[in-house]
Design a protein around this ligand. Structure first.
Ligand code: BGC
Length: 534
């Protein structure tokens, strides 16, 4: 494995509860993931990022951690985690785990102690406990999941939670919090993990005094703007200390920030040479499928990250946003996550998603894929309220209340649910649609026209041909983008509504859809991307 593997790595997000279920309880688990690692090796990814699998009451699907060094029995044991990492390494895959430092679960021992000890206790200082203003909370901050960011405890004090009430925010000014997370990092590094995805990396430090906003607002995970509790300068000192720890370990262990900052330059601050390695490029995720917007965002992303010498990352889907099979078909103004997602024409949605994925995989930097996108899974938009589990769904104006639709368990094989997700009989924690038999891994395996085959081919070609860091734009007809990567590789994308005729620039390597025309003049249909050797 070469140095700086992460600069161009393709990293696949596994959402453990929805990937593969070994014990038949309807929820995915670590042994299930372990059994499917060869699938990920064959897909051609470099690394796997696992969303949280730690001890948790699951108030926010594991992003509410009660013990950072224990695996939740729902998912297995620490030995399962160790075995998973060992197996992955034997297959040439790296493993990145999620770290949730902004908040714990309300069932974390520290929080339970703080509640027991009462007002004035030093144990309350590891969280943000305050007296209220009469019957009102200490300030006017809203929770990202809806309602106020404060909950009152029986002794009258309030505690801060930027997310659900079951997720109290740590006070990062307290040295015990910083010490604790340094030892948690070492625990997982010692176990062999290759890095961390830092949850809410922009949220740890709050402005001193927790000042009022002074106006009514809603905070969205994807759009927090300027605020007293996000992207404060103080977070960077934390990441410098973490970088020193990561650098003590052999093999280039990395950290990737989930940092929603107001500008790309502010995001780049998280990946300065002495801080974290990568940051998610949510600005790109939120860019409409339109050539001028895409080109401008690609250029701006590359420029911002190169200023600090970091690779750019690219992603189109994750467990918090509507799958790009649906999202790219929608008008996203004011709704970058696509949370008001509705049904879209599945054929058109998949065509566009495939074109977008091939464009993304042609870009220089590191690509993050979300489980199931290689199968072209659509967002599930018709889950009945009684099966939904996203905590925000059940809180009046919660902005992220529609995240269940991208979390439905994967279809692996067979013609009826659970489609090989787990042993027959146990219903999945979220029901799979009846139409998913045709989308299963088994159904797509070996089919030259399947989305799975396209991803496998793309990842193999990328590994072989797409090594350079340079991107050069070529003149393109209206509606199109044409880019070259290093010598010998060209990517053409038709984002327009009409087919475009062009002379093939070289040998066709891979196409996201059917190509028409003749060998001398091909016809590129709308929403189609082609890779060429030139
Ligand atoms: C995670 C979400 C989670 C939130 C609170 C996010 O950024 O990706 O799934 O609900 O942090 O931990």
């Amino acid at each position: 494995m070469s140095d700086s593997w992460w600069r161009s790595a393709v990293i696949y997000q596994v959402y453990p509860r929805s990937f593969a279920d070994a014990n038949g309880d309807g929820v995915g688990d670590l042994p299930g993931i372990r059994s499917r690692l060869p699938y990920l090796r064959d897909l051609g990814v470099d690394a796997v990022w696992l969303s949280p699998f730690y001890l948790s009451p699951q108030a926010d699907a594991g992003y509410d951690v009660a013990d950072y060094r224990v695996v939740d029995p729902l998912f297995g044991t620490v030995d399962d985690a160790r075995g998973l990492v060992t197996d992955a390494h034997e297959l040439g895959l790296r493993v990145i785990v999620d770290l949730v430092p902004n908040h714990s679960s309300d069932q974390h021992e520290w929080f339970k102690q703080a509640l027991r000890e009462g007002p004035g206790s030093p144990l309350r200082e590891r969280y943000h406990f305050r007296d209220g203003r009469g019957d009102l909370p200490p300030n006017d901050w809203p929770s990202i999941f809806g309602g106020p960011a404060w909950t009152r405890v029986p002794d009258g004090q309030w505690y801060l939670h930027l997310f659900a009430p079951e997720q109290p925010d740590f006070n990062w000014d307290h040295p015990a919090v910083a010490d604790e997370f340094r030892t948690i990092l070492r625990f997982w590094l010692d176990l062999g993990v290759d890095g961390f995805r830092i949850d809410v990396a922009h949220g740890l430090v709050k402005e001193a005094g927790l000042p009022d906003l002074g106006h009514q607002t809603e905070w969205h995970l994807l759009d927090v703007g300027e605020s007293p509790c996000f992207d404060r300068d103080g977070v960077h000192e934390i990441y410098r200390s973490w970088r020193r720890i990561l650098d003590e370990y052999p093999g280039e262990r990395i950290a990737v920030a989930e940092a929603w900052a107001p500008t790309l330059d502010r995001v780049a601050d998280y990946v300065r040479p002495d801080e974290l390695h990568q940051a998610f490029n949510f600005s790109y995720l939120a860019t409409p499928w339109e050539p001028a917007a895409q080109r401008a965002m690609i250029d701006a992303s590359l420029a911002a990250m190169s200023r600090v010498g970091a690779p750019t990352t690219w992603t189109l889907s994750n467990h918090d946003v509507v799958r790009h099979t649906n999202r790219l078909m929608q008008d996203l103004s004011g709704d970058v996550a696509g949370r008001r997602s509705t049904e879209v024409d599945p054929v058109a949605g998949l065509r566009r998603a495939r074109a977008a994925s091939l464009l993304l995989l042609a870009l220089p930097g590191s690509a993050y894929l979300y489980q199931g996108e290689e199968l072209g899974l659509p967002e599930v938009v018709d889950l009945p309220p009684e099966v939904r589990q996203d905590p925000a769904f059940h809180r009046a104006t919660g902005q992220d209340g529609y995240r269940d639709g991208c979390r439905v368990p994967l279809p692996w094989s067979g013609s009826t649910a659970p489609y090989g997700f787990g042993p027959d009989g146990a219903p999945c924690w979220l029901p799979q649609p009846d139409s998913w038999a045709a989308l299963s891994v088994e159904a797509q395996d070996g089919d030259p026209g399947s989305t799975l085959t396209m991803y496998r081919d793309a990842l193999a070609l990328r590994r072989k041909l797409l090594t350079g860091d340079t991107l050069t734009w070529r003149d393109a007809p209206a509606g199109m983008l044409i880019l070259d990567r290093g010598p010998g590789f060209r990517c053409t994308v038709n984002m327009g509504a009409a087919p475009v005729r062009l002379t093939p620039p070289g040998e066709l390597l891979l196409a996201s859809g059917e190509i028409g025309g003749t060998p001398d003049e091909i016809e590129l249909p709308p929403d189609t991307t082609v890779w060429w050797q030139i």
